[in-house]
Design a protein around this ligand. Structure first.
Ligand SMILES: Cc1cc2nc3c(=O)[nH]c(=O)nc-3n(C[C@H](O)[C@H](O)[C@H](O)COP(=O)(O)OP(=O)(O)OC[C@H]3O[C@@H](n4cnc5c(N)ncnc54)[C@H](O)[C@@H]3O)c2cc1C
Length: 465
């Protein structure tokens, strides 16, 4: 597939990074007649997208997007507004889509994610484009006026200069770089566990910054989950199994035995809050009610029902099923936490949960019920990162911006390479990547309307009504 003979190749759209954002942009543009070249550093396409559960979901309303996404409302609105086109496009291409499901503060579908990526690659090749695997991007190239004209790429067989009318950075963020995690997220983030593809180490940021794009340094947010202490980390099959999604119904204590956040804002938010605690770990404590309702029930309806504590313990996790709070305290003390303080904090939480919610500190905004039904469950948890929210500054058309607000002509960023759609929260990673991939392709000129809705089952139903 690699055009190794050609020293120089030309295309309409150069896509750097063949995951969710990049392949969505590539497929969308190719289907509308663009000649697309995709440059992927890994040996295969798909990135984190093909490691994911494939749940393409987002916030149910713009208000929820702003409230829970916590980023720039204008960028969040792009995700919300473009999502219907993304789903319609999948249906039009007959990619398998599940029935609608509730996900956190939104709704979505499980899609055949591998089928989507493969289908986009086929569209690229059908329209005269290329997929270049195992290929590094050395630098972006510019014309005299500073507009981006493509990139110099390097493959084991030699260098290829790709000339392109438009270039999209879609390398999936910087979570695989300990240095960038430390610089942009928190000093503790250097040693954080990586819960994503291992390739996304900030290449998009570097390439964009070198040509004048602004790296928005203030967004420290990231998406991730609390995971049990793994025997060994890196086995992608354990990324979901060891994630403790139910932490939002449990209590989290730091080593000093204190609660430190409103756990009910979500496990992904708890992940950041735990990261910034001393030694970046917490003791997650829950009771029989939470265990039966959440820790043994899949987080989305298509998930696997399994006992999260059992799975954690079978894979090296440190935890306990305890008859009472005193046993939780003993376990905590034996593992470097202040067990006495945890017993006191648990009692004080339960007292406020029963008699004085307004005294709860930190507050408990959602599941405010006591944690008092024996047995108790306790598990040491650590933050693991899936993708970063900081990155290159873009506008609502996915154009990369300079710090003065002007556009770097010919350059776009999408997915985790682009900053700002989410801040403190999260409303879907696949949706963010796919909607901004489509947006970038449109901004690059690939706007032709296809007869997408004619094969949409909902459209058929309404038109025959
Ligand atoms: C275990 C797991 C479960 C998840 N579940 C869900 C879910 O159910 N729903 C959801 O919405 N999100 C989920 N996500 C998150 C989702 O997968 C990501 O948010 C999404 O894939 C990000 O898209 P992206 O295109 O920015 O990055 P990616 O999909 O990771 O693609 C980036 C691509 O760029 C390539 N690349 C990196 N560096 C270079 C370079 N220098 N040159 C060329 N190519 C490069 C990478 O190899 C990769 O192919 C999950 C993630 C994981 C890991």
């Amino acid at each position: 597939m690699t055009d190794v003979q050609a020293h120089e190749v030309e295309c309409d759209l150069l896509v750097i990074g063949g995951g969710m954002a990049g392949m969505s942009a590539a497929g969308w543009a190719a289907e509308r007649g663009a000649r697309v070249i995709v440059v992927e550093r890994a040996a295969a396409l798909g990135g984190s997208a093909v490691l994911s559960g494939g749940v393409l979901w987002t916030a149910s309303s713009p208000e929820k997007m702003t409230l829970y996404g916590g980023g720039d409302p204008a960028l969040g609105q792009v995700v919300f507004d473009t999502y219907p086109d993304a789903v319609a496009w999948l249906r039009h291409r007959e990619i398998d889509i599940s029935p609608r499901m509730d996900v956190l503060h939104g709704q979505g579908y499980q899609i055949d994610i591998a089928g989507h990526i493969r289908g986009c690659a086929t569209l690229v090749e059908q329209h005269g484009g290329y997929i270049m695997l195992d290929t590094e991007t050395i630098e972006l190239t510019r014309d005299e006026a500073g507009a981006i004209t493509g990139a110099l790429t390097r493959h084991a067989d030699g260098d290829v200069l790709v000339r392109a009318a438009a270039t999209l950075l879609a390398t999936g963020g910087f979570q695989a770089s300990p240095e960038l995690r430390e610089r942009f997220i928190h000093p503790n983030a250097r040693d954080m566990l990586l819960r994503s593809n291992p390739v996304s180490d900030g290449a998009g940021l570097r390439l964009g910054e070198e040509v004048g794009g602004e790296v928005a340094g203030t967004n420290r947010g990231f998406y991730g989950h609390l995971v049990s202490e793994p025997r060994a980390w890196g086995d992608e099959r354990l990324f979901v199994a060891l994630s403790q999604y139910h932490s939002e119904h449990a209590l989290l204590f730091n080593e000093a035995g204190q609660r430190f956040c409103d756990e009910t804002r979500g496990d992904h938010t708890n992940t950041y809050e735990t990261l910034i605690q001393p030694n970046a770990r917490a003791l997650c404590v829950w009771d029989r009610r939470v265990h039966e309702s959440y820790a043994t029930v899949p987080v989305v309806s298509i998930g696997v029902a399994e006992d999260k504590l059992e799975v954690a313990l079978a894979n090296g996790g440190k935890g306990i099923v305890a008859a009472d709070a005193a046993a939780v305290g003993e376990f905590a003390s034996a593992h470097g936490f202040d067990g006495e303080a945890i017993i006191a904090s648990l009692a004080s939480f339960n007292d406020a949960a029963r008699h004085g919610w307004e005294r709860q500190h930190p507050p408990r905004s959602e599941d405010a019920r006591p944690i008092d039904k024996a047995p108790f469950y306790a598990l040491i948890v650590h933050p693991a990162i899936t993708f970063t929210f900081g990155g290159l500054t873009i506008d609502t058309g996915a154009h990369v911006l300079r710090s003065d607000g002007s556009r770097v002509a010919g350059l776009f960023a999408a997915g985790a390479d682009a900053a700002g759609a989410y801040g403190s929260g999260y409303a879907g990673g696949l949706a963010l990547a796919m909607t901004f991939g489509i947006t970038a392709a449109r901004s690059a000129g690939w706007t032709r309307k296809l007869d997408v809705f004619s094969t949409h089952p909902f459209a058929k139903a309404t038109s025959s009504a």
